[in-house]
Each structure stands twice: as C-alpha cells, then as structure tokens.
Design a protein around this ligand. Structure first.
Ligand code: C2E
Ligand code: CA
Ligand code: CA
Ligand code: CA
Length: 275
C-alpha cells in the first residue's frame, strides 16, 4: 500500500509538472501570437428588442493556437494579465474593433471588453483615444465593457479613469451584472450607460420565480437610471419573449446570434435586420 501511495504522489507531481510546463509553453506562445497573427476577433450582435435591429456588436477575442486549436479567452486573458501582454493585446483589440466598426452602419456601435489589469493603467484613456484617432471611429460608437471585479479596489483611480473615458465620448457598460458582491454600490458611484445582466439569471427564466423577480427589478432599476438594459445569454424564444414583455432593451445570446466573423451576413433565428 505504501509503494502504491508513493506512486500516486509521483503521479500527482508529474501531472503538476506537466501543467506547469504547459502553462509556460502557453505563455511563450502567447508572446508571439500577435505578431504571428494568431489572434482574431469575432463579433456577436446585441439586438434591440423593440425594433429588432442590431444596435451594438460585441468584439470577442479568439486565439487560434497552431497545435492546441482554438484557446478560450477565459484561459489566456489571465495569462496575458500575468505577463503584461494584456497591454499590446488590449491595444490591438481596441484598434481592430474600432477599424471594423467603421465599416458598419452608422447606428451600430462596437463593444470592447476591458480587463482589470487594463483598467488599472492610468494610460487607458490615452490608449482608447489613440485607437479612436487611428481608426477614425466616432467615440459615441465605442462602448467599453467592464465588470464589477475591475472596480473592486481604489475607487479614486477608478472614478478618475471612468470620467476620463466619459469625457472622450465613449460609453461604459457594466458587464456580468449580478455576479459580484456589491453590484448596487457601483451604480451609485458612476452613471453607467448600460447594464448587462449576467446570463446565469436569463438561464432561469421559466424555471425560477425568484430569478424572474430579480430580473424584473434589475430591468426597472436600469431603466429608472437611464441605462440601456441588456440581457446576456439568451438561448431560447421563450427567454426572448419574456425579456421583451418585461421591458428589457437589448438581448444578446446564441438564439439572437452567435459570435461570428461577419455579424451582418448571417440571418439569425431572431431575424436580425441590417441597417
Ligand atoms: P463576456 O464578456 O461575459 O462575454 C460573453 C461570453 O458568453 C462570450 O464567451 C460569448 O461567446 C458567450 N456567449 C454569448 N452568448 C451566449 C449564450 O447564449 N450562451 C452561452 N452559454 N454563452 C454565450 P467568450 O467569447 O468565450 O469570452 C469569455 C470571456 O472572455 C468574456 O466574457 C470576456 O470577459 C473575456 N473576453 C473576451 N474577449 C475579450 C477581450 O478582447 N479582452 C478582454 N480583456 N477580455 C475578453
Ligand atoms: Ca462582455
Ligand atoms: Ca458578460
Ligand atoms: Ca463573463
């Protein structure tokens, strides 16, 4: 039994070592991913529930790794944050998304995710301004998505950066609303332009009266605070109908449209109108 246990420990150590090596090699690979053009963006529509039109499109980062295939941003964004690669990658995302949006109809804005580490930089407003200038995109058509976790520390810095971004004329969305610990206090601190309800709530529509009550209340609060209210992760016709009935402004999710390279060429189940 003793030898057996030792074997298990060795096996465990081997697995750990393997994981560490895998992370190290991913780290190295990510360092050259940009110049090798392995990163690209896909775009997912946010559809206006009253008009049925696409009012906004979210840019989502993808990494086509030569051996591993498609690596999820949930995996490599944390790596990029640890290594500082998030700065060049974040700049590339901003500029690429803005350049793409210039090609879209004027009423369509583009939403870009900003990570905690990007937000911690004093230089973020400058970086955003540079992407706008280089692409020629109207600032009013750029939306930055931040999560509550971004705002957890140093309120003074956060408020300075948020207001500097607002002065540029871009809009700010509060992403993954409802998943953090103090969602409501942020709404008191800053006038967000959009509230994006996390998809875990939407998932409960039709199954949980509690969740439905929360969604109703969140929607009313968002509207009362003059925010656009967007529900994430809409996967069924039933969820879409419920959200529309309860006054939500926008829906995003697989039922409305999957992330794709050309969000305006694919007709979705919802019948997203172009233009
Ligand atoms: P997020 O900002 O909450 O983005 C929404 C995620 O939900 C995306 O995953 C999207 O593909 C997925 N999704 C959309 N509709 C549905 C649906 O109906 N059902 C389900 N189950 N999922 C849906 P993705 O693309 O894997 O991105 C994961 C996260 O990675 C994002 O979450 C965002 O936090 C981060 N991310 C993505 N792109 C970037 C980027 O360019 N920069 C930074 N800093 N973070 C990014
Ligand atoms: Ca987002
Ligand atoms: Ca989200
Ligand atoms: Ca998320």
């Amino acid at each position: 039994a003793k030898a057996d246990g030792g074997g298990r420990v060795r096996l465990f150590e081997d697995t750990m070592l393997e994981q560490i090596r895998a992370r190290q090699s991913m780290r190295r690979d990510l360092g050259v991913a940009l110049e090798r053009r392995e990163l690209h963006l896909v775009y997912q529509p946010l559809v206006d529930l009253r008009s049925g039109r696409t009012g906004c499109v979210e840019a989502l980062l993808r990494w086509a790794h030569p051996e591993r295939g498609s690596v999820s941003p949930a995996e490599f964004i944390p790596l990029a944050e640890e290594t500082g690669l998030i700065d060049p990658i974040g700049d590339w995302v901003l500029e690429t998304a803005c350049r793409q949006a210039v090609e879209w109809p004027d009423h369509v804005s583009v939403a870009v995710n900003v990570s905690a580490v990007q937000f911690r930089r004093d230089s973020l407003p400058l970086r955003v301004a540079a992407a706008l200038a280089r692409s020629g995109l109207d600032p009013a058509r750029l939306e930055l998505e931040i999560t509550e976790s971004v705002l957890l520390h140093d309120n003074e810095h956060n408020m300075r950066v948020l207001h500097a971004l607002k002065r540029l004329g871009v809009r700010i969305a509060l992403d993954d609303f409802g998943t953090g610990y103090s969602s409501l206090s942020y709404l008191r601190l800053f006038p967000f332009d959009k509230l994006k309800l996390d998809r875990s709530f939407v998932n409960d529509i039709g199954h949980s009266a509690q969740s439905e009550a929360i969604i109703r209340a969140a929607g009313e609060m968002g509207t009362a605070l003059s925010m656009v209210t967007t529900a994430e992760g809409v996967e069924t016709a039933e969820q879409l109908a419920w959200l529309r009935t309860h006054g939500w402004s926008q829906a995003q999710g697989y039922f409305v449209g999957r992330p794709s390279h050309s969000p305006f060429n694919l007709a979705s189940a919802f019948g997203t109108k172009v233009g």
